[in-house]
Ligand binder design. Structure first.
Ligand SMILES: Nc1nc2c(ncn2[C@@H]2O[C@H](COP(=O)(O)OP(=O)(O)OP(=O)(O)O)[C@@H](O)[C@H]2O)c(=O)[nH]1
Ligand SMILES: [Mg+2]
Length: 277
């Protein structure tokens, strides 16, 4: 079994994922429902877009977080383009996080050690939920942010949640913390891809329109650190291109020289306080 990242992961998630990976792998068989839909042509047959995009770049032991508002198309991406191979090398785990109520779907590719997680954000969730999401995103080597290209009403919410996930905003919980300022995490330093889904739906927003909402936020990450793609999750159009780009960026990261300090902190960026010590 390939070794996993040694980054600090929330203990309950880490335990769940490790137990899933260390137990004997079982084939992921398509359900009767899925295979029926495939037979009558409503659901495209599986293509394993994401994993093949990743395997062609030999990216190993990475965590790819697939996040976005509900109904954006995250599960479709995971289930139709990642978790489609019934070989024992893939293993799916869904973890329901106690108390917070969040659900994480995970696909582990045991050959490469890559983990793909989906998480939901937004929906007027309590602060603890956002903190949890940010904690998960912070552990990712890449964030794939999925935006529903038809959902005009929630495009601003998607930008705001994305800001939170990237650690580019601070939140206040006035009720519980008075006026105390809560700085949650550092800026996300990994690879960021924004996938605008539902390009096949008539009257969906144009890419230019969506980019306008995200431009200021993404600009703060720096040039070459992010890219936006229009995709259709149902047919898989554009998905492969997007995931290839993510894999390519992750591979570039692997080839980048690593300084001693980064190694000592296990890949985590060093805060100003730590640097001065
Ligand atoms: N036409 C079209 N429908 C899509 C596309 N992507 C997702 N959908 C549909 O949108 C609905 C929601 O997709 P999901 O993949 O369940 O979305 P999700 O982000 O996992 O949603 P939650 O699990 O509720 O957070 C489903 O009915 C999908 O079939 C797309 O690119 N085109
Ligand atoms: Mg889902």
């Amino acid at each position: 079994m390939p070794s996993l990242n040694t980054k600090n992961y929330p203990y309950w998630l880490d335990a769940a994922i490790r137990s899933g990976l260390s137990s004997p792998p079982t084939p992921v068989l398509p359900t009767l429902f899925t295979s029926t839909l495939q037979t009558i042509g409503i659901l495209k047959p599986p293509t394993s877009t994401t994993l093949s995009a990743f395997s062609s770049f030999s990216v190993k032991n990475k965590r790819i977080i697939i996040a976005g508002l509900d109904c954006a198309g995250k599960s479709t991406l995971l289930q139709s383009h990642v978790s489609v191979d019934s070989s024992p090398a893939h293993r799916d785990i869904t973890v329901q996080i106690p108390f917070i109520g969040a659900k994480i779907e995970t696909v582990a590719d045991q050959r490469s050690g890559n983990l793909f997680h989906t998480i939901d954000v937004g929906g007027c969730a309590p602060v603890s939920y956002s903190v949890f999401n940010r904690a998960v995103c912070a552990q990712g080597d890449a964030i794939v942010w999925v935006v529903d290209g038809c959902d005009r009403d929630r495009i601003v919410e998607s930008v705001e949640e994305f800001k939170m996930a990237l650690g580019l905003c601070e939140r206040f919980d006035e009720r519980r913390l008075g006026t105390e300022r809560v700085r949650i995490f550092d800026k996300f330093e990994g690879v960021v891809a924004v996938l605008v889904s539902k390009r096949d739906v008539e009257n969906s927003m144009t890419m230019e329109e969506i980019e306008k909402y995200f431009r200021a936020l993404l600009g703060r990450l720096g040039d070459g650190k992010w890219k936006m793609f229009g995709v259709t999750m149902r047919s898989g159009e554009g998905v492969s291109e997007a995931m290839k780009w993510v894999a390519e960026q992750l591979q570039n990261d692997l080839n980048a020289p690593v300084d001693e300090k980064t190694l000592l902190t296990n890949g985590r960026s060093i805060s100003a306080d730590e640097k001065s010590q």
